[in-house]
Design a protein around this ligand. Structure first.
Ligand SMILES: C[S@@+](CC[C@H](N)C(=O)[O-])C[C@H]1O[C@@H](n2cnc3c(N)ncnc32)[C@H](O)[C@@H]1O
Ligand SMILES: [Zn+2]
Length: 195
């Protein structure tokens, strides 16, 4: 018997509760290495607009849906965002973010089995005036063997204490960071094979 034409493939992933944090995104079927899983969508705003949107948050609330595109633009997936905003951070991730023509895509960097939670390294930018407790606020719960304990980017040589600008004193209600946290800049490169 002839098979029905135009069979649509079942969804690649699903959103559900995550052991890492809140909701997460899980492979609903095998995702091959190199697959573009989803584009990170949302409203494109300036860094100043992004900061203004999150400035009323409690100092220890690290939750944002921001993703840095470049020095001018941030994507706020809290507005018009898609499922990409639910992908959690992982220190041994199975995905990575890439920028193509100022658009952000999440790609599988290894083959992912059904049921595995998708993750990529947020590499949240550090600021020179970050409070000493900043890594605690951004504590990572990815559960990886080599978890670095923080969703912030690894401390760079140039940011060792000796070279760091003096930190602000953390007074009552002092903001842990002046800028709302956003995921790090994804490397710009030509797009890999689609899914
Ligand atoms: C873009 S959201 C990811 C989806 C989130 N789980 C939710 O339900 O909204 C980013 C936020 O999720 C939390 N998060 C993501 N990955 C995490 C991790 N590895 N450890 C702790 N919290 C994490 C942080 O609060 C982060 O700011
Ligand atoms: Zn981790």
């Amino acid at each position: 018997m002839k098979k029905p034409a135009n069979r649509r493939r079942s969804p690649l992933f699903e959103v559900r509760h995550s052991p890492i944090h809140g909701y997460g995104v899980f492979a609903a079927r095998r995702i091959r290495k190199g697959t573009t899983v989803i584009e990170y969508l949302g409203e494109r705003v300036s860094h100043a607009q992004a900061d203004a949107r999150y400035e009323d948050k409690a100092p220890k609330d690290n939750h944002t849906f921001l993703f840095t595109v470049d020095a001018k633009t941030v994507i706020d997936a809290g507005v018009d965002g898609n499922e990409a905003r639910f992908i959690n951070h992982g220190c041994e991730p199975n995905c990575e973010s890439t920028a193509v023509n100022k658009r952000i895509f999440i790609e599988a960097i290894r083959t992912i089995q059904p049921g595995e939670e998708l993750s990529y390294d947020y590499q949240i930018q550090r600021d020179d005036d970050d409070d000493d407790g900043v890594d605690e606020v951004y504590a990572c719960r990815c559960g990886a063997k080599n978890c670095r304990g923080s969703m912030l980017e690894a401390v760079k040589e140039s940011r060792q204490p000796a070279h760091r600008a003096p930190r602000r004193a953390a007074g009552k209600g002092a903001a842990v960071r002046r800028r709302a946290a956003r995921r790090g800049q994804a490397p710009e490169r030509s797009r890999r094979r689609g899914g």
